[in-house]
Design a binder for this molecule. Sequence first.
Ligand SMILES: Cc1cc2nc3c(=O)[nH]c(=O)nc-3n(C[C@H](O)[C@H](O)[C@H](O)COP(=O)(O)OP(=O)(O)OC[C@H]3O[C@@H](n4cnc5c(N)ncnc54)[C@H](O)[C@@H]3O)c2cc1C
Ligand code: FES
Length: 336
Amino acid sequence: MVTTPLLPSDYLDLVSPLRAGADLRGRIEAVHPETADAATIVIRPGRGWRGHTAGQYVRIGVDVDGRRLWRAYSITSPTNRQDGRVTITVKAIPDGKVSNHLVRRAKPGTLVQLDQPTGDFVLPEAKPAKVLYLTAGSGITPVMGMLRDIDFDDVVMIHSAPQPQDVIFRDELHDLVAAKKLRLTEVHTDTDGVLDIARLDELVPDWAERETWACGPAGLLDAAEEFWSERGVRERLHTERFRPGIVAAGDGGEVTFSATGKTVEADGATPLLDIGEEAGVLMPSGCRMGICFGCVTPLKAGAVRDLRTGEITEAEPGVLIQTCVSAAAGPCDIER
Ligand SMILES: Cc1cc2nc3c(=O)[nH]c(=O)nc-3n(C[C@H](O)[C@H](O)[C@H](O)COP(=O)(O)OP(=O)(O)OC[C@H]3O[C@@H](n4cnc5c(N)ncnc54)[C@H](O)[C@@H]3O)c2cc1C
Ligand code: FES
């Protein structure tokens, strides 16, 4: 009664936001530029942080222009870091709300919301004899978490970036090469063109014997999955995608968020999660790429299209949709 309308925990948050029992938060303690458009954010997680396995990602909730937005970022620090801090490394993408905020505007002292780390793009408990990392652009981040965590006897990496100065962690990678802990091929796509996956036979002749972790744009991962499948070694390839592969867009429609009382026009290619957030509707979300089911929402009326497959779902009682990979297919009503 004394603190109404705030809760006692709201006052505790002011003095001790990282305490045990509070919603999991972290404090940004430093921001280190890595390249012209990428930076490493050093975060001290609060008391409830359970730690991560190399290669996993964390969802982070950041306030951008007064709105809390959630995105996933791979953890780039090793699991045994002594000071209890963790790092993520973010590449700013054109028009990207959260990535530009974190790379260019985040300040030490800022509190962010955190989820527990998750993800199955991780190293196995039994060390493989030979490892290949196939990465491009910001796809190097989960692999850097692995490289910093465990030494393997025989590690090869093929990394693509437009130019040498765009290679995130380049100095550290070259230190590993000098220490004979890594064999590295850099592909500079501005001059060399995009990596033709068939060049693996020449670049890493024993690639099929290697346990491989690949992370990068859809084009690289699609090509790798096909290549490994054709050679009958698909089970040796582990991939991580940062965004869903959108193959099917159609006509959009008028979207109603009936619980909030908002109606907006949507095209047939933009996920309803983005449409709702843009309209100021409180939308639950997780990975934003169709894997965690953190965004499922009842479809009250109309139809939506699954952007990954083109499949249309029509409203009927009990039908749930994943808003992060569904777009309007005509007028529809989403129960938010
Ligand atoms: C498991 C996982 C791990 C991830 N780890 C990292 C990481 O370590 N470092 C990192 O920088 N990013 C990582 N991402 C991507 C990150 O979550 C965001 O998608 C990215 O930062 C863009 O968010 P934004 O708010 O800046 O862009 P938004 O404002 O959401 O989008 C702006 C525009 O960019 C497009 N877009 C959205 N995401 C991407 C993308 N990844 N690449 C290209 N275009 C995009 C959108 O379609 C839109 O047109 C990861 C994603 C996942 C699912
Ligand atoms: S947010 Fe993870 S499935 Fe939609």
